[in-house]
Write a protein that binds this ligand. Structure first.
Ligand SMILES: [Zn+2]
Length: 440
């Protein structure tokens, strides 16, 4: 199959030729959460969390009644359960990604969830949010839009502050701690025993929002959503004793800081190691990382991840970064099934961003996401319901495409590269806009 000169070929479509042309319609208003479901979710959450050590602290929340916007950090499914305990008996409408609707869209619709597709342009979402707040309920959003890969704050757009400014209702930030360590996204099936601590803080009143600039709102939200689960562990002297605690960690710590080789890292038990140079590190029960021999490059796990980010950034800036690989493609136009689209090609570079090309049922397609359209990307480590391998997902307003690269461990690097490319382009646009203003 040739993918050359595709832009000149009129027969290439930006849509995939699915047999079933129906797409799940996200552009619809959520129902008001029935009181019965608010209660039921609370009961189920209590049951799920019954044996867990947990603490919820409310700050500046006295007398606060809905409507308000609730912004939470996102690390694991347990985030939803903790928020149900924290907000009961108030009705909540959650903004949920379409994959949460998999095989049960009716259920998610009944409990008043608002479906969206991660990182896509969704104008109806803004209308749905307004509707929920006008009805006097709690609107819950997870601005990072995916589980944190390394237990620290992820990226989210500045436009969140515009949304807050527009709605003029108080903003509460829920900051969870311990959920990433309990169920890290790269090994979420095996749980670790970790106490949970959640703070609910009213960070902005309606009056403050009225007076404040968008930049100031942004600053306050970003500050309130700062977290680091590994620091939480150390500061509170939490010991994680599960012998398998490091298993899966190599999926995010993919580059060896000793020999610099990428994608040759592996993990077993409480150790992570490089198959190229043989260096090993143990993840101690107290949360520190320690080299078995020689220098410990990073004793704080998120520092290793941020170092990888700086390596990727350097590659991009020096013009050396480019990804090109064959991928297995699956689409999720609706909630019932992941549709196999067959083999295709995924490329990623600073000029074009992400491009997926392929052919399905006799129709060639090409889909593109520019760097400014991918502030972050969604990663699934072992999306078992489709294929036991790692993938990235790219969304448009009516479809989500899962790409499983042949070069398997590459997905975390693709994430970091997308985030850095967004930043580079965003800074450029901002400078350009500012220049235009000063020139006038
Ligand atoms: Zn190495």
């Amino acid at each position: 199959m040739s993918f050359t000169n595709e832009k000149d070929n009129v027969e290439i479509s930006s849509n995939i030729n699915y047999r079933n042309k129906k797409h799940y319609k996200t552009a619809k208003y959520p129902i008001r959460q029935p009181k019965f479901f608010t209660w039921l979710i609370w009961v189920l959450s209590k049951m799920m969390l019954r044996n867990k050590e947990k603490k919820i602290e409310k700050i500046n929340m006295e007398g606060l009644k809905p409507p308000y916007m609730l912004l939470g950090n996102h690390m694991a499914f347990v985030d939803f359960e903790m928020l149900s305990l924290a907000t009961y008996p108030q009705r909540m409408n959650n903004v949920v990604n379409i994959d949460g609707f998999y095989r049960r869209p009716w259920l998610l619709e009944w409990i008043g969830s608002i479906a969206t597709r991660k990182y896509s342009q969704d104008l109806h979402l803004i209308k749905s949010i307004k509707k929920v707040l006008n009805r006097g309920d709690v609107l819950t959003m997870y601005p990072e839009a995916r589980y944190s890969p390394i237990g620290t704050t992820g990226v989210f757009p500045d436009s969140l502050a515009n949304l807050i400014k527009k709605n003029k209702v108080p903003v509460v930030v829920a900051c969870h701690h311990g959920h990433h360590l309990f169920s890290p996204v790269w090994d979420h099936k095996k749980k670790r025993k970790v106490p949970f601590y959640t703070t609910l803080t009213q960070v902005l009143t309606a009056e403050q929002i009225e007076e404040m600039s968008v930049d100031k709102i942004n600053e306050i939200i970003r500050k309130a959503l700062e977290y680091d689960d590994y620091k939480y562990q150390k500061d509170n002297g939490i010991l994680i004793k599960e012998p398998y605690r490091a298993e899966g960690l190599h999926k995010v710590l993919y580059q060896c800081p000793n020999c610099m080789t990428e994608f040759k890292m592996s993990s077993k038990g409480s150790e992570i190691f490089c198959e190229e140079c043989g260096k090993r590190w143990t993840w101690r029960e107290d949360g520190y990382l320690e080299a078995l021999e020689g220098k410990t490059e990073f004793d704080h796990i998120p520092d290793w991840y941020e170092w990888e980010r700086s390596q990727v950034r350097k590659e991009i800036e020096e013009g050396k970064y480019a990804f090109d690989d064959e991928v297995d493609l699956y689409g999720q136009p609706h909630c019932w099934k992941y549709r196999s689209i067959g083999k295709g090609r995924l490329t990623h570079n600073l000029e074009e961003g992400f491009v997926i090309t392929g052919e399905h049922r006799g129709q060639k397609f090409r889909k593109q996401w520019t760097p400014l359209e991918t502030i972050a990307i969604y990663v699934e480590y072992d999306l078992e319901r489709v294929k036991k391998a790692d993938s990235i997902a790219l969304s448009t307003s009516n479809d989500t495409i899962y790409c499983f690269p042949n070069q398997q461990p590459a997905v975390s690097k693709l994430c970091l590269a997308a985030e850095e490319m967004y930043k580079i382009n965003y800074e450029k646009t901002k400078k350009y806009k500012n220049k235009k203003i000063t020139d006038k």
